[in-house]
Design a protein around this ligand. Sequence first.
Ligand code: ATP
Length: 452
Amino acid sequence: MSDISSEYKGKATMEKITSLAKRRGFVFQSSEIYGGQRGAWDYGPLGIELKNRIAASWWKEMTQLNDDIVGLDASILMHPRVWEASGHVENFTDPLVDCKKCKSRFRDDMIPEENLKEKKCPDCGGELTDPRNFNLMFKTHIGPAEDTASVVYLRPETAQGIYVNYKNIIQSNRMKIPFGIAQIGKAFRNEIVTKNFIFRTCEFEQMEMQYFVKPGEDEKWFDKWRERRWAYYERLGVKIDHLRWHQHPIDKRAHYAKDAYDIEYLFPMGWSELEGVHNRSDYDLGRHTEYSGKDMQYIDQDDNNARYIPYIIETSAGLTRNVLMILCDAYDEEQVDDELRTVLRFHPTLAPITVAVLPLMKKDGLAELANDIRQELKDDFSTDYDQAGAIGRRYRRQDEAGTPFCVTVDYESKDDHSVTLRFRDSMEQVRVKRTELAERLRKEIKEYKRIK
Ligand code: ATP
């Protein structure tokens, strides 16, 4: 099977993205010197900045811009009964088939129907075993005794930490329905097949928001949250023809879902899930009532103290999967003179470096002047300084890192106190007064529109 979907017209391939990510310090293979660890990746200097900015943008969208959403950071290790109540112990399984000949492993819903019917390995043609269910939760033990009483799981989703704290948050923060709780954190799944770089990994991060509503109002809020999540990606400047909705057919929905849609992105390997928006009904809080024996009902003071178990609308996005999406979406190549220019067209609020300051020459006081200007900008912007090599080369290096603005300090700068501001996308250059530089950058960031 090809890793490039026939529908895909973008310039990125998974190979190019993986190689650029390593070369420029976005993402490295975990434990590379030991041959790598399957399903785990390390975020390098530019990668952690990009990941943090995506997380900050989501956090702002959820908590700062919505008065009715508050944040939470719950623990990864939780009481094992949580995962019985949530249905994960029983249902969080993937059907696994093995090839008896080449020993490859597959999720049976990921191999062609034909092969499944004939029990034929898609890789080598060998015989496949019958599918058997395999639980995706990582199990470990807490304390010195490795017995059944000490079992704990690494959380496979962040959502449950929110449900078990819902009453705490109502009480401590006087939240009234409808309201939401947002959380960003690590999740772990023992995925049978991990491929496509950081798309599907065993250790990853999620950005989840659970919105608690009155039963009967769930469908209205479900539609609202679908609209809001779509608008968010639009505002980030993600290519709109690379986004689409996919509704889960009833027979494929998770056990808890009343309705479920995915926002899919057209990755190089094809349309794949980026984020899920789910109407989880009253399943979760109902189950936690049953398993914990605690009353999870909400007392609605705005409705004659009516008691009910709220319905939950969930928006669940992968943070690390968003990093891959943003890298693929930003990746571009274009012919400039006789050269191929590789450029990452990040939105300036997401770019790991916002502005690079470059002295035209190291000598004659230009390096010192450029350094001074960098110091001035440091407090408000993420900056870089580069004095090595020809100026054209330095621009290319910043293009490849996705730096939207370069400031060049030349001989004239010494006399007229102005600098050249160069734009990554258009490669246009304008002269700006040093005293007006920070303000101009702020304006450019606020008004940024992707041109390609
Ligand atoms: P799939 O069916 O592809 O295994 P899922 O439908 O089980 O995924 P959810 O449980 O809805 O996924 O998870 C919510 C989001 O978390 C996904 O949209 C995705 O962005 C992210 N995510 C889930 N599993 C992984 C993983 N193994 N690696 C990276 N991100 C993941």
